[in-house]
Design a protein around this ligand. Structure first.
Ligand code: SF4
Length: 419
């Protein structure tokens, strides 16, 4: 084996993979077993941080950066004059196993440019996963990219050997996709996604009847949208996310602020900053939709189609709906408590539990973990709350922004290095 060439390939293909952010937090569970190598914990495998704050790593590479397509936003596009490389199946398997044994990684994230056609590419990705599972007995986390247009048979195999599959929508709207990636179409992305969705549902049904059923994409599916390469507004983006969560049971939608690396008149100029703060606000909105019971149309509407960059979307909603406040903590339902700025999921649960035994005051709230500096303006304690007078103050927003602006604001105002 030529180690220098392998190292060079690794550099090229790991660098090309860095624009894909859809590999965080797997949520998959795969226990170690006798004679096998590795496991995948429920808290997720991720190249940065898991939901519990652990920093974990995975080998994140492309099988190749050769591509027959010419998507305007992609460094691997066919017309881009860059160094190209391709791993063999055996090389990816060897790298994964060796890195795992050395404790460098906890799993593999494998994507690829499309060489020849969708099936040839997908077949090779599947071969990597199959070899790892069947020949190397690798029991760690595997995330494979689904290639748009790949056949159902290959998707079936991919789901049997990988923990998670993802297919990137890339551009939130079809018109945007047509503009920047005219060779691609949304239908080719939907089809493998639908196949996997149906397969997962079938697997769950069979699991109720049979004791042993082979795992089928146990960590589900995810997707990624690029933000800021085209002129979609945030309302359009979160509506697309909402649609895919509801209709395709996606585990996660990832938002990737567009990194201008290519000159193209269809794209923002090379001096455009990466919209990191916007990306962060989209993640917060996504969280509100998935865990706080907000509908996309509540977070934004046609009159306010962009997220407020100064404050988080929950606070923004509260300020536009002041008539719903103050909230009485003793009587309000759980869903309304969740909508109070400064109160998160865990604290809301604790409040509902604690109020059965005592009348809550500010001190209790602090102990229960609320961000009281923000929440205090929105709560009607039975014992009274002097901060309520600010609710009707015309400078209320300013007051809140002064005390409640995101702690990440300064960080995200600058263009950050992604990796
Ligand atoms: S198909 Fe994928 S790898 Fe190829 S140019 Fe488009 S985005 Fe890049």
């Amino acid at each position: 084996m030529n180690f220098d060439r392998l190292k060079e390939k690794l550099e090229i293909l790991a660098d090309a993979a860095k624009y894909d952010v859809s590999c965080s937090s797997s949520g998959g569970t795969r226990k170690n077993k006798k004679g096998a190598l590795g496991d995948s914990s429920a808290s997720g495998i991720c190249h940065t941080y898991t939901e519990d704050g652990r920093c974990v790593s995975l080998l994140k590479i492309l099988l190749t950066n050769h591509c027959i397509y010419d998507c305007a936003y992609c460094v691997s596009r066919s017309s881009n004059d860059i160094k190209r490389a391709a791993f063999t199946v055996e090389e990816v398997v060897d790298l994964t196993i060796n890195f795992y044994r050395r404790n460098y990684i906890e799993g593999l994230f494998l994507s690829s440019g499309i060489f020849k056609n969708a099936d040839t590419t997908m077949e090779r990705l599947v071969r990597v996963a199959k070899k790892l599972r069947l020949e190397e007995n690798f029991n760690g986390y595997i995330h494979l990219k689904s290639i748009p247009g790949a056949s159902d048979e290959l998707m079936e195999e991919a789901a049997l050997y990988a923990d998670r599959l993802s297919i990137n929508l890339e551009i939130p709207t079809e018109s945007g996709l047509k503009l920047l990636a005219p060779e691609k179409n949304r239908a080719d992305m939907i089809s493998p996604m639908r196949y996997i969705q149906n397969g997962i549902a079938q697997y769950k049904d069979e699991k109720k009847i049979f004791r042993k059923v082979p795992k089928f994409a146990p960590a589900g599916q995810s997707t990624q949208m690029i933000v800021g390469a085209t002129n979609e507004n945030d309302l359009q983006i979160i509506k697309v996310a909402d649609h895919f969560y509801k209709n395709f049971n996606l585990k996660r939608v990832y938002y990737s602020g567009y990194v201008p690396v290519l000159e193209d008149k269809r794209l923002p100029s090379l001096t455009t900053e990466v919209p990191m703060l916007r990306e962060n606000r989209l993640y917060q909105s996504d969280w509100l939709m998935r865990f706080y019971g907000f509908k996309a149309e509540e977070i934004l509407d046609p009159n306010i189609p962009f997220l407020d960059l100064e404050i988080d979307p929950k606070l923004s909603w509260a300020l536009r709906n002041l008539q719903q406040f103050p909230v009485n903590l003793q009587t309000a339902d759980y869903q309304m408590i969740l909508r109070i700025p400064g109160i998160g999921l865990k604290t809301a649960k604790k409040i509902v539990h604690a109020r059965r035994f005592q009348v809550l005051n500010m001190e209790h709230l602090t102990k229960l973990g609320a961000a009281v500096n923000r929440a205090k303006y929105f709560i009607d304690f039975n014992s009274g709350n002097m901060y309520l007078r600010y609710l009707t103050d015309k400078n209320f927003r300013k007051l809140l922004i002064g005390g409640s602006a995101s702690k990440f604001h300064n960080q995200f105002s600058q263009q950050l290095s992604l990796f």
